[in-house]
Design a protein around this ligand. Structure first.
Ligand code: S3P
Length: 173
């Protein structure tokens, strides 16, 4: 079974994904890291030199490849992955994948992301917390329809990493 982790930037997909993979003894793949390795460019460099459309095309190709080739992995997607091309369809129709949406609120995301904007090309242009929060609010509103297609939705505000991991595990038996 492939476990697919979905959520907005800063929702904890990579941090929790690594721990989950360790607990299950599965390999962990972070789709952004994988794209960076394959393309030999960082995400900000890719956005800058090739543009977002190129990034989204590659994101779709690499996701498709990984879902076809891999079994028993924990895969953390990028925050936008479920919202482009046929990515969510690839995930929901995959016969051997289970998807988890780590659902964080707008305030929580803003406070987590305000110090982590530099490597995130979609956020680096916001200079104040208010601008950032307004953008995240609108962005989440547009994206929720995709995120909510995940098979399991797990709220991650006001909880512990352990509780979230337990919740994921409880859906694997
Ligand atoms: C993006 C999220 C990022 C990365 C890119 C675009 C998005 O991934 O894929 O900067 O559209 O939300 P993280 O969620 O891992 O930061």
């Amino acid at each position: 079974m492939n476990l697919i982790l979905i959520g907005y930037m800063g929702s904890g997909k990579s941090t929790l994904g690594k721990k989950l993979a360790k607990a299950l003894n599965y390999p962990f793949i972070d789709l952004d890291d994988y794209i960076e390795e394959q393309e030999q460019l960082s995400i900000p460099e890719l956005f800058k030199s090739r543009g977002e459309i190129y990034f989204r095309k590659k994101e779709n190709e690499y996701l498709k490849g990984l879902l076809e080739e891999q079994n028993n992995i924990v895969l953390a997607l990028g925050g936008g992955t479920p919202c482009y091309a046929n990515n969510m369809e690839l995930i929901t129709q995959h016969k051997n994948a289970k998807s988890f949406y780590f659902k964080a609120g707008i305030k929580e995301l803003t406070s987590r992301l305000k110090h982590e904007k530099e490597n995130r090309p979609l956020l680096s242009r916001f200079s104040t917390d208010n601008e950032l929060m307004e953008f995240i609010g609108k962005h989440m509103f547009e994206r929720a329809v995709y995120y909510n297609q995940a098979q399991v939705v797990i709220p991650v505000d006001n909880t512990t990493e352990m509780a979230v991991l337990d919740e994921v595990m409880s859906h694997l038996v």
